[in-house]
Design a protein around this ligand. Structure first.
Ligand code: UTP
Length: 224
């Protein structure tokens, strides 16, 4: 069975708009497609992780420890979602090798170690499972030429090459809680594994379904 990896932002699943209805429909969608694909879902930390990281930074806690606070929150978020899905793993694996040992049709996890975001975890799982697709489900309609949350004239990119993204953003990890659409270490992993990757708005479940089914999306295709 073909595998798909989906990295979904905590900012998508725990936003104000993500009411019970949205979460139930999100779960139904994944369960439906798990008939055809083995799904690995990596859940991000969202604003709750950023809150802890901000507080920790004010308290002069060092960067690695701030990353660990973020990781803990991603794992709490992953627990919430796995309880909702019901057919996925009960315990949240702490690394991708442990995730690969699980036999559930849907495997849910959060972050692993300091130094990257959950997008990297997704890219690593996609590499290890030779997944046919890595879907990054974020809170905007794909990758833009500048931050669309800051600039109203930001233009969505229909496609962009991985090399151009690396030229623009680099491959380093910036700092705990850093808010980039795909983090540098994840870009490097996508390039190394040549994983077909798309970025879509996870708040739009029709887009998520289109990405799963390989249909045209209103998002960004990362060209390898
Ligand atoms: P996220 O992956 O959720 O960051 O991890 P994000 O992309 O900024 O947030 P959303 O979910 O898309 O809104 C939160 C933080 O946890 C740490 C990092 O500090 C990251 O910024 N983290 C996460 C790690 O250090 N390692 C991991 O494997 C995952």
């Amino acid at each position: 069975m073909d595998s798909i990896v989906i990295s979904i932002g905590g900012s998508v699943l725990l936003s104000d708009e993500a009411d019970v209805n949205f979460l139930v429909n999100f779960a139904k969608l994944l369960v439906k497609h798990s008939e055809k694909y083995r799904i690995f879902l990596i859940v991000g930390g969202g604003r709750i992780s950023r809150y802890y990281i901000k507080k920790g930074r004010e308290l002069n806690i060092k960067e690695d420890e701030l990353d660990k606070l973020g990781i803990a929150i991603t794992r709490v978020n992953a627990s919430l979602i796995t309880n909702l899905l019901k057919i996925s793993n009960n315990e949240i694996p702490s690394n991708t090798d442990d995730a690969l040992k699980l036999r559930n049709k849907i495997v849910v996890m959060g972050g692993t170690i300091p130094g990257h975001s959950t997008d990297f975890v997704g890219a690593e799982l996609a590499k290890k499972t030779h997944s046919s697709k890595f879907i990054i489900a974020t809170n905007v309609d794909g990758i833009y030429d500048k931050d669309p949350n800051k600039y109203s004239d930001a233009k969505q990119l229909k496609s962009v090459s991985i090399k151009d993204l690396i030229k623009q953003y680099g491959t380093n990890w910036n700092s705990a809680g850093s808010n980039v659409v795909v983090d540098g270490p994840a870009l490097k992993m996508i390039l190394d594994a040549e994983t077909p990757t798309v970025v879509i708005n996870g708040k739009k479940l029709d887009q998520l379904e289109k990405a799963i089914l390989n249909k045209p999306i209103n998002g960004t295709i990362i060209k390898i």
